[in-house]
Design a protein around this ligand. Structure first.
Ligand code: FES
Length: 150
């Protein structure tokens, strides 16, 4: 390799390395939520195992992505701890993902402020329809969800 080729190669390597760093920094910001949501792996008679009871967070919630990128939000009823709901976490107003970061028993949409109960019913609009409810069951310690509307 002569000097000219070596300098050309080093310049291209430097540019591509810089581009990798810039692209990596840009994509990290927008994909945090996707990375944080593990996919489910098993299904049984239309039900998918989304986790175990101990996987619910301190507010009694668990967000999972099923095959086909369908998302499911499992919520424990704050008043009846043995009752779970499985919801489509897409706001029925204009389709924003509902917020899981609230330290509250309610489910909040950050786009326009709609608020839902743990069972998906609307507490405060502008949304007028409840979040979609899916069938959910607990077998042993495992939480199973059938992601068709109940
Ligand atoms: Fe949720 Fe508008 S999209 S309140």
């Amino acid at each position: 390799m002569n000097r000219r080729k070596l300098l050309s190669w080093l310049t291209l390597s430097g540019i591509s390395g810089l581009l990798s760093v810039v692209i990596g920094a840009c994509t990290k910001q927008g994909s945090n939520q996707e990375i944080a949501i593990p996919k489910t792996e098993t299904s049984q008679n239309g039900f998918f195992k989304v986790g175990n009871l101990e996987d619910l967070d301190e507010t009694g919630r668990l967000l999972k992505t099923l095959e086909g990128d369908k998302k499911v939000l499992v919520v424990r009823d704050a008043n009846q701890s043995e009752t779970l709901y499985a919801l489509n976490p897409t706001c029925t107003h204009q389709g924003c993902p509902v917020d899981l970061g609230e330290d509250s028993k309610d489910i909040f949409c950050p786009c326009h402020g709609s608020t839902y109960k743990a069972d998906g019913t609307v507490i405060k609009g502008p949304a007028s329809r409840p979040l979609e409810n899916y069938q959910v069951k607990v077998e042993g310690n495992a939480i199973w969800v059938n992601p068709t509307v109940a």
